[in-house]
Design a protein around this ligand. Structure first.
Ligand SMILES: [Zn+2]
Length: 119
């Protein structure tokens, strides 16, 4: 999947720290945000607490309604990521294992556990 619409908005040192299963969510989010604020900046994209965490900054002001829509789009994308496997994009759910959180389908949850156990 071509992530250049996102990377073009990121500082050069930043990287996209999520799995491929969420790339579609990220690209859809970018379209929504770009429609509201064409020159917005993506500061960070990472997995946090099992969900997709996007930190975006505005260049300039936005009216109150657009600002609300901007924030809601980011929130909604995170909600969606919490039921989407980060590895493959299939339906997934939050897996808790000690201090480790991830949103994965059953298959990738098993794989991740096996990796963690060093098997
Ligand atoms: Zn999966």
């Amino acid at each position: 999947m071509d992530l250049s619409p996102i990377t073009a908005r990121m500082p050069s040192h930043a990287r996209i720290g999520i799995g491929p299963g969420w790339y579609g969510l990220l690209l859809a989010l970018d379209k929504e945000l770009a429609a509201l604020a064409p020159d917005y900046v993506v500061w960070q994209v990472k997995q946090d607490g099992g969900g997709m965490d996007v930190v975006a900054r505005l260049n300039g002001d936005l009216d109150e309604m657009s600002l609300r829509a901007f924030r809601a789009a980011i929130r909604d994308a995170r909600k969606e990521s919490l039921r989407t496997c980060e590895e493959c994009g299939d339906y997934g759910w939050l897996v808790l294992d000690g201090t480790w959180y991830a949103t994965l389908c059953p298959e990738h949850a098993d794989e991740a556990r096996a990796r963690r156990l060093g098997r």
